[in-house]
Design a protein around this ligand. Structure first.
Ligand code: AMP
Length: 190
């Protein structure tokens, strides 16, 4: 079973993805983590994306699609994947569908974490002061939110039209959000 965790930055996608890995042995594919790893390794790709990420902009579709393709080609398409932070544009969503199709599999569900934007901004302020992640600074975070509304939110009608979209209340506690996600996933298995 393949699932996309969908929502604005700081909606809790990474936290929920990690719980799904622990509980259900699914594999988390986070393009943000892959790009941060590329930066940490000092690779050419890492150097290329550093400035874009720090200012909160989106890395090109070509780059992130290639990262996901490489992972699926190496690890196999017969696993259960959680896509976290990917796709972020309609072009990425179409590329993912094509990739899944090529491997005779599919994205079974898109789980949307619905959050209150004001509260997310407060949440990110706290994360910035605690963890100091460069792109959590107020200016970059604003760009990330703008990119979400301009480029990523248009994916909602794309998935809704295909009846793959499931909504959960992302403002509840971590455990409560996890329970709602589990409910969606068990509904898919039935
Ligand atoms: P994240 O950890 O998912 O919030 O991603 C951190 C940053 O990496 C984003 O603000 C973008 O600059 C870049 N990034 C991650 N995933 C994508 C994606 N699917 N498309 C474009 N840029 C991405």
């Amino acid at each position: 079973m393949n699932v996309i965790l969908f929502g604005p930055p700081a909606a809790g996608k990474g936290t929920q993805a990690r719980l799904l890995v622990e509980k259900h042995g699914m594999r988390q594919l986070s393009t943000g983590d892959m790009l941060r790893a590329a930066r940490a390794s000092g690779s050419e790709l890492g150097q290329k994306v550093a400035g874009i990420m720090d200012r909160g902009d989106l890395v090109s579709d070509e780059i992130v699609i290639a990262l996901i393709e490489e992972k699926i080609e190496t690890c196999g398409a017969d696993k259960s994947y959680i896509f976290d932070g990917f796709p972020r544009t309609v072009a990425q969503a179409e590329a993912l569908d094509a990739l899944m199709d090529k491997h005779a599999t599919r994205v079974d569900a898109v789980v949307r974490l619905e959050v209150d934007e004001e509260k997310v901004i407060a949440r990110i302020g706290k994360r910035f002061s605690e963890e100091g992640r460069a792109d959590d600074n107020p200016e970059s975070f604003k760009v990330r939110l703008d990119r979400y509304f301009a480029d990523t939110a248009p994916l909602l009608p794309y998935y809704e039209g295909q009846e793959r979209l499931h909504k959960v209340d992302g403002m509840k506690t971590i455990e409560e959000v996890a329970a709602q996600i589990d409910e969606v996933l068990s509904g898919l298995e039935g």
